[in-house]
Design a protein around this ligand. Structure first.
Ligand code: GDP
Length: 483
């Protein structure tokens, strides 16, 4: 009798399971972005690591499925799109667990990784099934690519004028003079030399690299020039802004021959918008359900006033991709479907714990202007200060009779003699993070000291990486899909 009853229940469960798979959303596409060096590779590595090693010394107490015991296990499964490169999780873990430990290779283009999470439903669904699976497609892509969105509504002339204005103002102007002088020598209506175009585009690209990596600036356009992905070397990336287009006769400009300098620059710009910018939004962006935007505010604070102002500008440009209310450019063009947006300040292990709250308050202010443009009905927004792979320990020291909070870690020192990175142990109070957008007084004091740390020694592949608030990240992004 009991056997018959059990068989019937099993049959019912099987039927319900079938129904469940068909009707319940068990799939989520998670997109991770941020400007170069903002910490995307470290973030995805840690997110995957925390989930697949859950149980081995995990610290995920703010992630309900783990806290309530309904999380069963997670594993990597083959990704859906075979034409998109795979996120190199194994390579990243090999670097972090090497002796001495190294940071993984940063993001250069788009990549994907798929995870399957098994969990026991706690809601009414538990009467239908014992076990459910949530499949997560994680996509990693450079934030620089989002900086190109405004180009979709600009003509070549408008874009040139705006970009020339940037090149002519501090701090960029000191570096762009020679390049701008060369452009002034060119007759825009003369037949174009492909070689000269290629050389000048190369020079413009080098300038963009200098702005990003030496000056620590964030507004880099076109974004693909510094992170071309599979387009490296393509003529599509060989254009640049041309000076003083408004001084040309409007008719002459409109009718410029296709093979003239200006004709060629204009058509490459249009092609770039169609083949690169529009295609990215059509092929990838519209698929994303949830988005994480990472920002390294601490490095910008350390680099100074201009770098920080530029980061603020870039964040506003990036967030334009999510402000798709009824009148937004994006909704008109592509109708995206992102319903949750997490904005995280990374590398918070670089400051002492009492500075975390000011950092969150600072990023709230940074995104405030965009935040109220975001469509709250469509997108739920959260801000967090996190460290994907914690590289420091926190503590206090006694300084002139007072307890002072400090962090301790292995500082990375680039040795020019051996071209290798050496480390030295350091205990520091790196400084104060302002809780509002910094004023001149803050910049005059130069109050913040950012140090590059190497990852902690002794990490292993099958244990969870040390982190700060990755559990709150998982709670916001996944927990509502695992009830
Ligand atoms: P990506 O270009 O956005 O992929 O950036 P990465 O993930 O490669 O990170 C760039 C660099 O930031 C790394 O090489 C590390 O030096 C540093 N970094 C990233 N995440 C953390 C973190 O959580 N803590 C610390 N201390 N450093 C980090």
């Amino acid at each position: 009798m009991a056997l018959i009853k059990k068989a019937r229940i099993d049959k019912l469960k099987h039927k319900a399971n079938e129904l469940f798979s068909r009707t319940i959303d068990q799939h989520i596409t998670l997109a991770v972005t941020g400007l170069s060096r903002s910490g995307k590779t470290a973030f995805i590595t840690s997110l995957v690591n925390q989930l697949i090693n859950e149980g081995n010394d995990t610290r995920l107490s703010f992630f309900d499925p783990v806290h309530q015991g309904s999380f069963v296990a997670a594993k990597r499964v083959p990704q859906k799109h075979f034409h998109v490169p795979r996120f190199d999780y194994d390579g990243a873990m090999t670097a972090l667990t090497a002796e001495p430990a190294k940071w993984p290779e940063p993001t250069h283009g788009i990549s994907e990784l798929r995870l399957a999470i098994r969990y026991q439903p706690n809601s009414l669904l538990k009467y239908a099934t014992d076990m459910a699976t949530l499949t997560i497609d994680i996509t990693d892509y450079p934030g620089e690519w989002l900086l190109d969105l405004p180009m979709l509504k600009q003509t070549y002339q408008e874009w040139s004028e705006q970009t020339q204005a940037l090149l002519k103002s501090a701090p960029r102007s000191a570096y762009s003079k020679v390049f701008l002088a060369k452009l002034c020598e060119i007759d825009p209506f003369a037949p174009a030399s492909e070689e000269l175009l290629a050389n000048l585009a190369q020079e413009y690209t080098e300038l963009l690299h200098t702005f990003r990596h030496e000056l620590g600036l964030s507004v880099i356009q076109p974004g693909r020039f510094i992170l071309p992905g599979e387009l490296a070397g393509a003529p599509l990336l060989e254009f640049f802004p041309f000076p003083d287009l408004s001084s040309l006769d409007a008719n002459d400009y409109q009718n410029a021959a296709d093979d003239s300098f200006i004709g060629m620059l204009r058509s490459r710009y249009l092609e770039y918008k169609e083949q690169v910018v529009r295609k990215f939004y059509q092929q990838h962006f519209v698929r994303f359900d949830r988005q994480i935007v990472l920002a390294d505010c601490l490095t910008a604070l350390n680099k100074g006033k201009e770098s920080f102002a530029d980061l603020e500008h870039a964040i506003n440009m990036i967030l334009e991709s999510y402000s798709y209310g009824k009148s937004g450019l994006l909704s008109r063009l592509f109708s995206p479907k992102i319903d949750k947006l997490l904005f995280a300040a990374t590398k918070v292990d670089h400051v002492t714990p009492e500075q975390h709250a000011p950092l969150v308050s600072l990023i709230n202010q940074l995104i405030y202007k965009s935040k109220h443009q975001l469509n709250y009905d469509a997108v739920e927004v959260k801000t967090l200060a996190i460290s994907s792979v914690k590289a420091t320990q926190t503590g206090t020291i006694n300084h002139q009779g007072k307890q002072v909070p400090v962090i301790q870690g292995q500082r990375l020192v680039n040795s020019k003699k051996t071209a290798e990175s050496l480390t030295e142990k350091m205990t520091v109070f790196p400084g104060y993070v302002p809780d509002t957008l910094p004023n001149d007084e803050y910049w005059e004091k130069n109050a913040f000291n950012f140090i590059n740390f190497s990852p902690m020694a002794g990490l292993t592949k099958h244990q969870c990486l040390p982190h700060v608030r990755m559990d709150q990240v998982l709670q916001f992004l996944l927990a509502d899909k695992m009830i």
